[in-house]
Ligand binder design. Structure first.
Ligand SMILES: NC(=O)C1=CN([C@@H]2O[C@H](COP(=O)(O)OP(=O)(O)OC[C@H]3O[C@@H](n4cnc5c(N)ncnc54)[C@H](O)[C@@H]3O)[C@@H](O)[C@H]2O)C=CC1
Ligand SMILES: O=C(O)C1=N[C@H](C(=O)O)C[C@H](O)C1
Length: 233
């Protein structure tokens, strides 16, 4: 596959390594919004910055190039991107986290929230830890976890950074040197705490998931998720 890397930072470089190992060719690597011909690529992988992702994605739809996006912090425009994809008969996968481990963790989180919905004595909280260069907080993965809890648990209707309000899931976002990404969901009662946690050891799991998603999407049209790609849950 000929791959365009829209965003050639920490993730773009890791994806390049994994894509080449899997026999693909990188035909575009860019940190700019233009100055390249996207139609050279069979598929585009966008890991850029929050204010560039939407533009990069819709450019791919307009030129008939399937696109994977892992960029976080741009989801105010997600519904618009979905609608444009359908209008242009494009192909699109967005995931706040492409790693297999986190996608399994997403399913565990849903199951646990469903169980906990029946037990009033436990209160939920989320913690995410990332490297200090991260632009957005809370992380996209923490938002996905919180939204799943809200959909499964009767006591919660919103999330917020460090909220103490009833019905609102508090999220703590910490920034420490060199942390690839750690997410923990905790349920605390007066007597104990249950925690499920995912810790990424490097960026390779995210990158491998993104390349697998690109391989899967290549000949399709429509809007999909990692659940479709991995066939889990
Ligand atoms: N969904 C997932 O599995 C994961 C998502 N991410 C997200 O991916 C994004 C990128 O992460 P990193 O590579 O760590 O950041 P980074 O800061 O190392 O790389 C981003 C790159 O985008 C470039 N850029 C700026 N404007 C651009 C434009 N208009 N078009 C294309 N590129 C442009 C920057 O120059 C930079 O090189 C972040 O939003 C992060 O949260 C990161 C890891 C995993
Ligand atoms: O910026 C990062 O590094 C990461 N961002 C994603 C997020 O916001 O959830 C995924 C992963 O945790 C790494």
């Amino acid at each position: 596959m000929k791959i365009a890397l829209l965003g050639y930072g920490k993730m773009g470089k890791t994806i390049e390594k994994i894509a080449i190992q899997r026999g693909h060719t990188i035909v575009i690597k860019t940190n700019d919004e233009d100055g390249y011909d996207i139609t050279q690529a069979d598929v585009a992988i966008d890991f850029s910055v929050p204010n560039a992702a939407f533009f990069n994605i819709i450019k791919c739809f307009k030129h008939g190039v399937p696109v994977i996006s892992g960029t976080t912090g741009w989801l105010d425009n997600f519904k618009k991107a979905k609608a444009l994809c359908e209008e242009e008969n494009g192909a699109f996968i967005y995931a706040s986290n492409f790693s297999l481990g986190v996608n399994i963790f997403f399913e565990l989180n849903k199951q646990l929230a469903k169980m906990m919905s029946k037990i009033e004595s436990y209160k939920v909280s989320l913690e995410e830890i990332h490297h200090t260069q991260k632009l957005d907080a809370p992380s996209g993965t923490a938002i996905t976890l919180a939204e799943s809890i809200i959909s499964e648990h009767d006591s919660y209707s919103d999330w917020s950074l460090l909220s103490k309000k009833e019905n609102t899931i508090p999220i703590s976002a910490k920034r420490l040197d060199d942390v690839s990404g750690t997410h923990a969901v905790s349920y605390t009662s007066n007597t104990d705490t249950i925690t499920i946690e995912h810790e990424a050891h490097s960026r390779e799991g995210f990158a491998l998931g993104a390349v697998i998603a690109a391989e899967w999407l290549q000949d399709k049209t429509g809007v999909y998720t990692m659940k479709d790609v991995l066939n889990i849950g």
